[in-house]
Design a protein around this ligand. Structure first.
Ligand SMILES: [Zn+2]
Length: 309
């Protein structure tokens, strides 16, 4: 315990204020800040160089107020915590090279403080770094929260896309997730997922029709051949596409399943046509394209809500 860290004996309710060991520079041109229970003494010029908010603060004519001049009269920063403040200092004021990969929380702290103290290049840097984290360390619902809270539309893309692709019914979503996603994005997500489910049903009951291109020249009974394809589709593909665990776009996924093997036994089809139609179906991107369009439309609508803020 140092002399400048006063103990308050017998009164644990009053927190002990301590000096930061890392962020304490003595000398002229410095100011003392207090964040939670820690005091920081920092170069004013370094802060002004980076932040519009601090530039404005320290550009004001010298006042009689002792605020910031000593540990007894620190500039108290409200609404942030010491960890957020220190991450911001390390990122752009007292720059320190770190060989360790940063957890997403580091960039979230930067995003919050860089927005608060108007450090545009750090807002951009954090907005660029955050989308690169995977869903395990930065869950999609949180991405949407950050996008809304700090007006970073670029965070919507990966978050919304993941939420659309997760094969989890909305009814299983936690209250925390729903709050993070926000009302507007939640409604758009529900609409997009509904649209994708309707498409899944449509794909399941609609055998792809390639017209004459689906038949080989030797196929003479095309109506019978087509009927056999339809019934094989309903029996095998249709049923499998409706498995809730199957990921979109469903047909491409089914190719790794046994269903293709069963399909090869489609009774009543010309064997040449069967091979041809399976090949065409495998290459068919139309449902993948429609899913993609539905998700992109959802992303655009969520972003519109953020930009309008
Ligand atoms: Zn045929």
């Amino acid at each position: 315990m140092q002399a400048d860290e006063p103990e308050v004996p017998g009164n644990p309710a009053v927190p002990v204020v301590k000096r930061s060991e890392e962020f304490w520079i003595e000398g002229p041109g410095t100011a003392v800040f207090k964040v939670e229970n820690t005091l920081y003494r920092l170069s004013k010029v370094s802060l002004m160089d980076q932040s519009v908010a601090f530039f404005n603060m320290f550009s004001l004519p010298e006042s009689e107020s002792p605020e910031g001049t000593s540990a007894d009269y620190p500039i108290v920063l409200q609404g942030i915590n010491a960890k957020e403040w220190e991450d911001m200092l390390v990122s752009c004021v007292v720059i320190r090279w770190s060989p360790k990969p940063r957890p997403p929380e580091y960039w979230i702290n930067i995003l919050k403080l860089a927005s608060l103290y108007q450090i545009p290049h750090m807002v951009i840097k954090a907005s660029y770094k955050l989308p690169a984290y995977n869903d395990e360390v930065l869950p999609p619902a949180k991405r949407l929260f950050l996008a809304r809270a700090y007006n970073v539309p670029d965070l919507v893309d990966t978050g919304f896309k993941s939420l659309c692709h997760i094969n989890q019914p909305l009814s299983l979503m936690t209250n925390d997730d729903i709050e993070s996603i926000g009302f507007r994005a939640m409604v758009i997500l529900a609409q997009t997922k509904e649209k994708i489910e309707l498409l899944r049903k449509k794909v399941a009951i609609t055998p792809p029709d390639y017209g004459n291109a689906g038949h080989v020249t030797e196929c003479k009974a095309r109506q019978d051949c087509w009927r056999a394809w339809k019934s094989a589709w309903w029996d095998l593909f249709g049923r499998s596409i409706n498995q809730p665990s199957l990921q979109a776009p469903w047909i491409a996924e089914l190719w790794s399943y046994e269903v293709t093997l069963h399909m090869k036994k489609a009774v009543g089809m010309h064997p040449g046509c069967l091979t041809k139609m399976l090949e065409l179906t495998k290459k068919d991107q139309s449902s993948a394209k429609q899913i993609h369009e539905a998700i992109e439309l959802g992303i655009t609508r969520v972003k519109e809500g953020i930009v309008a803020m």
